[in-house]
Each structure stands twice: as structure tokens, then as C-alpha cells.
Design a protein around this ligand. Structure first.
Ligand code: URA
Ligand code: CA
Length: 434
């Protein structure tokens, strides 16, 4: 087999066989197939697409390029959750303990933040002592004993995707549905879950801004999962404005604690209940999402969910007192308000700009190696549809380094649009694809 013949085949719109796809991914991972040939192939896929069979084969070839996490020594059906990324998306901090408190084991590997999106591991590290790098024995032991662990990746998972994703980034081939779907699903499959709930976001703050594209991506990922024997459900959700109020590490931990007490923002609560109810269905804990929802609500009401977070924090060497007393979380030196210049209704809040503003304050990384400041970030005081009076606060900036304040403030100011008319409400949850 020669790579050039397979590139030509795809360029001409023909279907690659399983063996051909395996040959390409193996060769690329080992370095035998160079970047320039893989770039040409990615561009051919970009224009010609892939059949469902090819996409599933590509996903499996990528999974097989590295280690796979073995969760078989954890009892029960392990359900993972994945979000296509947003701003201030605090869901994992809420969902992991919430779903575990209802009896579904959560063995979750999470990542760090980059650019305008945050990462669950960074957020958890704002809890004093919290350890995200457990070895596999500790990981399995914690999930078997208390039902939940959220850790950094162990092993060398999907090296083919690391290489291919960086290559796509600089060859204008990121936005291809089979390439995105296989990239995301290969990482989820390698992480070992039996079932997967996907939160596919659409809107200005989402990776897939257009609704129809997001829906196609969701369909593709659900089909890959189901074709490969992992039950998969996708929920299409809105990401036009940030989720909840808080954007920033310690600020989001506080928001997650509030939400687990039933005192958090409505949108975050609603999204967690929806995603969580499908996680319980896929874990065979309940037989319908309605039943799942009731169970989750009860766990919040009785305090079981919050208690589970405390157990998880203690089991990963974090200070559990933080859960009862969030004032122990790192705090910024100064809180500056962004005030509305005129009265009206909040028409729009551009999520990416809020994320970038928080990043400028130090909450996120500009590059992979940037240091972050766990205390800083943005807390929205108004969301889309809220009425606001001139001079009232639209948001707070939690600041340590004042040199960054002016840039962050002007970015945040431009993120808001205030108008005279109340905007029409938009749904948060659009559709469930299974
Ligand atoms: N996120 C991923 O992990 N992969 C893609 O290809 C796009 C977004
Ligand atoms: Ca949030």
C-alpha cells in the first residue's frame, strides 16, 4: 500500500477500506507517513467527506494508536460526559458528584483550559491540596469506594489525534465533520467508558456556531458511539452567552457548590439536570429521563449531591472544609464593576469575549505554558433578557494584576449589547439525539 494512492482514491471521492484507514493512521503515528501527505489526505476528506463506516474505522484506528484506559474493575456501567466546549461551562464540577450521588459510577478524565475555554482540572486545583493526578489504582479505588473521581489523563491516549489535530489546525482542515467526530469520539472511547453523553453546543460561543452543523456533528458522534458498541446520546444546547454567572476557576467552584445546593444559576442547573438524567438512563440506574430528573432533584434537595462533592474532594486530598465554607477558596485582591452606560435590556453577551476577558485577567492560558491565576475571572450580574438601569453593574471583574484590568474591562464592555426592547427568549436545550 502507498499513501499517495490512498490520497488519490479519497480525492476522487471513493471509499477507503478498513485496512487502508488503519495503514494511514498507523503510518502517520509512527512517522512513516509524513505531515505533507497527511495534510493532503485531511484536505481530501474535508472536501469528499467519509461514509459512516469509514468514520467509525477512522475512530477505531485512532483509538488503537495508543493506550486505552481499562475501567473493567469498576462495578457498574461507566458513563462519561463530554462537552464540545464553551465559556464558563461549570457542568463537570456539578455533574460528576451529582450523578455519582444517584448511584452511577463516574470515572472521569478531564483536561486543562486553553484560550477562552476553562478546564475542569484547573478549577478543581483551586481547592487547597486537591490532587488531579491519581495513578490508575487510586483512580479505580476511589470510584469503587465513593463512586466518583475526576483526574488528569493517565497513559498515552490517542497519540494519532494529538498529531492530526495540530496538523489540521495549521492546514485549515479542522472544520470537517468526520474529522471532528472521530477526534472527539476516539478520545472518549480510549478513556474507557461504556456509555457517553455528549453536550454539543451551538451559538456564537460554540465551536459549531451554526445549528445545522452542530446537529450533523451530534448525529455523526452518536452513530460512531452506537456503531462501536457504546450507547451514546447527544444533547444540542445553546452557547450564545456564557453558562451560569461565573467564568474563572475558583469562581466556578463556588458556582458549582451553589448549584449542588439548589442555589445556582437557572441555566447551569437546567443543563446539569438534562445531561445528568441521560447519564442515569445510560448507566441503567433509571428507565426514563423523567425518572432521572426526579432522582437528581431529590439528591440536590436532600444534600446528598453536595456531600458527594465533599467526599470526592477529601478522597483526592483536597480540603473538604472548602465545600462548607467557600470563602476559603482563593480570592482576588480587588473586585471592579462593569457598569451599564444606558438603561434597557441585555440583548446579547458574546461568550467568547467574556472568556477572553477572563483569560486576560489571568483565569485562562494564552498558550499551553502560561501560568494561570485561580482567583481571578468574571462574574456576570445580568444575563440575556434581564432589565438593567444605567449605572447598574453588568458584571464584576475579579482582579489581582491591575495592569491587565483596562484591556479586560474594554473587552467585557464590548461583549454586552443593551437595547430598548426585551429580546425574545431562546431555549437552552434544543434537541436530544440518540
Ligand atoms: N475538538 C476536538 O477534540 N477535536 C476536533 O477535531 C475539534 C474539536
Ligand atoms: Ca459558569
Amino acid at each position: 500500500m502507498r499513501a499517495v494512492d490512498l490520497i488519490r482514491k479519497k480525492r476522487d471521492g471513493k471509499e477507503l477500506t478498513t485496512e487502508e484507514i488503519q495503514f494511514l493512521i498507523k503510518g502517520y503515528t509512527s512517522g512513516e507517513i509524513p505531515d505533507y501527505q497527511m495534510s493532503a489526505l485531511a484536505m481530501a476528506i474535508y472536501f469528499q467527506g467519509m461514509t459512516k463506516r469509514e468514520t467509525a474505522d477512522l475512530t477505531m484506528a485512532m483509538v488503537n494508536s495508543g493506550d486505552q484506559v481499562d475501567l473493567s474493575s469498576i462495578k457498574g456501567t461507566k458513563v462519561d460526559k463530554h462537552s464540545t466546549g464553551g465559556v464558563g461551562d461549570t457542568t463537570t464540577l456539578v455533574l460528576a458528584p451529582l450523578v455519582a450521588s444517584c448511584g452511577a459510577p463516574v470515572a472521569k478524565m478531564s483536561g486543562r483550559g486553553l484560550g477562552h475555554t476553562g478546564g475542569t482540572l484547573d478549577k478543581l486545583e483551586s481547592i487547597e491540596g486537591f490532587r488531579v493526578s491519581l495513578n490508575s489504582e487510586e483512580f479505580v479505588k476511589n470510584v469503587n469506594e465513593i463512586g466518583v473521581a475526576v483526574v488528569s489523563q493517565t497513559g498515552n491516549l490517542v497519540p494519532a489525534d494529538k498529531k492530526l489535530y495540530s496538523l489540521r489546525d495549521v492546514t485549515a482542515t479542522v472544520r470537517s465533520i468526520p474529522l471532528i467526530a472521530s477526534s472527539i469520539m476516539s478520545k472518549k472511547l480510549a478513556a474507557g467508558a461504556n456509555a457517553i453523553v455528549l453536550d454539543v453546543k451551538t451559538g456564537s460561543g460554540a465551536f459549531m456556531t451554526e445549528y445545522e452543523d452542530a446537529k450533523k456533528l451530534a448525529r455523526e458522534m452518536v452513530d460512531i458511539g452506537n456503531n462501536l458498541g457504546r450507547k451514546t446520546v447527544a444533547v444540542l444546547t445553546d452557547m450564545d452567552q456564557p453558562l451560569g454567572f461565573a467564568v474563572g476557576n475558583a469562581l466556578e467552584v463556588r458556582e458549582a457548590i451553589d448549584t449542588l445546593k439548589g442555589e445556582g444559576p437557572d441555566d447551569l442547573y437546567e443543563l446539569c439536570l438534562t445531561l445528568g438524567s441521560y447519564m442515569l438512563v445510560l448507566a441503567n440506574v433509571v428507565t426514563s429521563s423523567e425518572e432521572g430528573r426526579k432522582k437528581l432533584e431529590e439528591s440536590i434537595r436532600t444534600g446528598k449531591a453536595l456531600k458527594k462533592l465533599k467526599e470526592m474532594v477529601a478522597a483526592q486530598d483536597g480540603n473538604p472544609e472548602v465545600i462548607d465554607n467557600p470563602d476559603l477558596l482563593p480570592k482576588a485582591k480587588k473586585v471592579v464593576e462593569l457598569k451599564a452606560e444606558k438603561s434597557g435590556y441585555v440583548q446579547k453577551i458574546v461568550a467568547i469575549d467574556v472568556g477572553l476577558s477572563a483569560m486576560l485577567l489571568g483565569a485562562g492560558r494564552e498558550t499551553k505554558d502560561s501560568q494561570i491565576d485561580l482567583a481571578v475571572g468574571v462574574v456576570l450580574k445580568k444575563k440575556v433578557g434581564d432589565e438593567v438601569k444605567a449605572g447598574e453593574a453588568l458584571a464584576e471583574l475579579h482582579v489581582n494584576d491591575e495592569k491587565r484590568l483596562n484591556d479586560a474591562l474594554s473587552l467585557l464592555k464590548n461583549a454586552f449589547t443593551i437595547s430598548d426592547e426585551k429580546p425574545k427568549g431562546k431555549p437552552l436545550i434544543y434537541e436530544v439525539i440518540q
